[in-house]
Design a binder for this molecule. Structure first.
Ligand code: NAG
Ligand code: NAG
Ligand code: NAG
Ligand code: NAG
Ligand code: NAG
Ligand code: NAG
Ligand code: NAG
Ligand code: NAG
Ligand code: NAG
Ligand code: NAG
Length: 507
């Protein structure tokens, strides 16, 4: 709640208009979004151990868009989330508002003040998110606009009860909707998918393919954009490579992937002088724009820490190391199958108040999985192809190059299959060192054995205080898919339980 209650600063105002355009090449919808952040937030008390009095600012952020709902229209700011699939807004009368939290900042929808609101009597809504917040209410429809784009008829939920101060625009796969794999499906005793935002755009004719391109932009920039139905070739450099989503829930009977999990095929460190491969063990990684930080298997973080000469600090709950100088060009290379996305070490570096730095790659114990949050994603141009269950990735290119937009008809224009497209993750393996991700066009099908899980897994597990957060995130997802007990999604404003964190450090 600390983060949610903190005064968020809108860094900029949406300047461009959303447009559903018909170009000679096809159709697309451009949606710029704004980064909301609480630059100076939570008062952090010292740890009970009293070892050090770290008082640090919490630099979490999320990406938002503004919607106009109802007649007359009411403005609301919602979080843009690829980790969930429903749109919901906070409703008037939420008992959490006022006493517990301030709900005015992002807007509250008063359906009784809208003459065009239609409740869906048969469809309750319940969602619980990875950051511990929940929302409960019911679905309905109303006049709905995003700038000039008419979205009337898109189902959305109004939450009469929620401990989140803002709503969520989930743009994930429809199989992740609460009516399909969430608690609602159970309450309803029937499970169904409806046209959520991406499908709504497709079926209304605004776009030709259920696909979109996400460009989070440079950390220093206040806005990024998402392009529904198209690719902007000016926003990336090098080749756009395609990889398949992995179906992590096949054993639970899901025929297709429900979340944006891909195979991470290796990790390395790249400096001016040297390329070092840390591991080529494959593990699944969730691409989640709704999560601020990045989470890696604890063994992978340990390998990285060793390379950086970072040591685990029990007090901090993180790996601590000498702060890189501002001209330090070290980057972490993420291999997705014969091609890499590089992210500067500074994107994963947090400064503590005592002048050291902490590694903001959160280790997680248990089966090796990753969540690639905003700190990774802003380095990539990511095309989500929901029709074909594929992701295309390239290194993001910042700056003010002239737009070069091409619509997606059936396949992603300019993209080619990754050299190791077929080398997907299938079983959990212990993350071990070795291999080489820097050879050009690596077509190997993996160097690590996927057979036995060694006892190293348990031994190297760390006790990061952030671990539990992440475990519960994943647990939420699993629960959702497993038993449909709870809505599955992970979203932003991840609340790090640690008292000690952290200003993201930019060189
Ligand atoms: C929101 O409510 C849920 C359920 O009561 C609780 O588990 C969670 O800690 C709350 N989260 C916040 C951020 O207040
Ligand atoms: C909603 O936002 C639009 C565009 O920013 C603005 O013109 C309008 O006045 C706002 N309406 C209300 C009720 O705040
Ligand atoms: C919210 O709506 C649900 C379903 O209609 C109802 O059960 C619940 O009591 C309502 N909560 C509040 C605080 O009005
Ligand atoms: C590291 O790898 C990249 C990409 O393969 C290559 O361009 C660069 O020259 C390598 N650097 C060194 C120091 O070997
Ligand atoms: C590694 O860290 C230790 C302890 O912080 C320090 O004594 C040592 O000099 C460091 N080594 C290198 C190569 O930076
Ligand atoms: C960059 O910083 C990291 C972390 O402190 C350090 O391990 C590495 O040696 C530095 N690289 C250079 C070229 O100074
Ligand atoms: C790891 O994965 C295996 C196989 O899917 C599963 O049985 C086990 O419960 C998982 N362990 C953890 C700690 O999640
Ligand atoms: C992947 O496998 C399919 C058949 O299973 C094959 O047609 C295709 O060429 C392979 N792609 C790559 C990039 O190896
Ligand atoms: C992967 O490697 C194994 C063992 O080297 C080989 O038998 C298998 O054919 C390879 N699979 C692919 C898809 O290249
Ligand atoms: C609620 O209404 C029923 C009956 O009209 C529809 O079949 C559902 O699709 C709808 N649910 C949502 C989430 O809009």
């Amino acid at each position: 709640m600390k983060v949610l209650l903190a005064a968020a600063v809108s860094l900029t105002v949406l300047s461009s208009l959303a447009v559903g355009r018909v170009l000679p090449e096809g159709k697309y919808v451009k949606m710029p979004f704004v980064k909301k952040g609480n630059s100076e937030s939570s008062v952090l008390s010292k740890r009970s151990s009293g070892h050090e009095n770290f008082v640090l600012a919490n630099e979490q952020s999320f990406y938002s868009v503004e919607l106009a709902i109802g007649t007359p229209s009411q403005n609301l700011t919602v979080l843009l989330d690829t980790g969930s699939a429903d749109l919901w807004v906070p409703g008037k009368g939420n008992p959490y508002c006022g006493s517990v939290m301030d709900c005015d900042q992002y807007g509250v929808f008063d359906k009784s003040k809208s003459s065009t609101f239609k409740a869906n009597k048969s469809s309750p809504f319940y969602a619980a998110y990875g950051d511990g917040t929940f929302a409960e209410g019911a679905f309905g429809q109303d006049k709905l606009k995003y700038n000039n784009l008419d979205l009337s008829g898109l189902p959305f939920a109004v939450a009469n009860e929620s401990n989140s101060t803002f709503g969520v625009l989930g743009i994930g796969l429809s199989t992740l909707e609460v009516t399909y794999s969430g608690k609602v499906a159970v309450m309803d005793k029937r499970s169904y998918e409806y046209d959520n935002f991406p499908l709504f755009l497709k079926h209304s004719g605004a776009i030709d393919a259920t696909a979109y391109s996400l460009f989070l932009n440079d950390e220093s920039q206040a806005s990024g954009s998402i392009l529904f139905g198209a690719v902007d070739h000016s926003k990336y450099e090098g080749q756009l490579y395609t990889i398949p989503l992995v179906n992590m829930y096949k054993s639970q009977g899901y025929q297709h992937p429900v979340a944006f999990d891909v195979t991470l095929q290796g990790l390395g460190l790249q400096t001016d002088k040297r390329n070092t491969t840390l591991t080529t063990t494959k593990f699944p990684a969730l691409l989640d724009s709704g999560t601020t930080l990045t989470y890696l298997p604890s063994q992978a973080v340990a390998l990285l820490a060793k390379s950086l000469n970072a040591s685990y600090s029990k007090t901090l709950g993180y790996y601590e190391y000498t702060c890189p100088s501002s001209d330090n060009k070290t980057s972490i290379a993420f291999d997705f199958g014969g091609f890499r996305i590089n992210a500067p070490l500074s994107d994963f570096t947090m400064q503590t108040s005592v002048g050291t730095c902490a590694l903001a790659l959160i280790p997680q114990a248990g089966n090796a999985t990753a969540i690639l949050g905003d700190s990774f994603l802003r380095n990539a141009y990511v095309v989500y192809d929901l029709d074909n269950y594929e992701i295309s990735l390239a290194q993001a290119k910042y700056g003010k190059a002239k737009e070069n937009i091409e619509a997606i008809k059936s396949t992603v224009p300019g993209a080619t299959r990754a050299p190791s497209y077929n080398n997907t993750w299938s079983t959990y393996a212990s993350v071990t060192s070795g291999g080489n991700i820097f050879t050009s066009m690596r077509i190997s099908n993996g160097t690590t054995s996927t057979s036995t899980r060694s006892s190293r897994t348990r031994k190297t597990s760390t006790t990061s205080s952030a671990k539990s957060t992440h475990k519960s995130k994943r647990a939420l997802q699993m629960a959702a898919v497993n038993s449909a007990a709870i809505s599955s999604s992970t979203l932003g404003l991840l609340l790090l339980p640690s008292l000690v964190i952290l200003t993201i450090f930019f060189s």
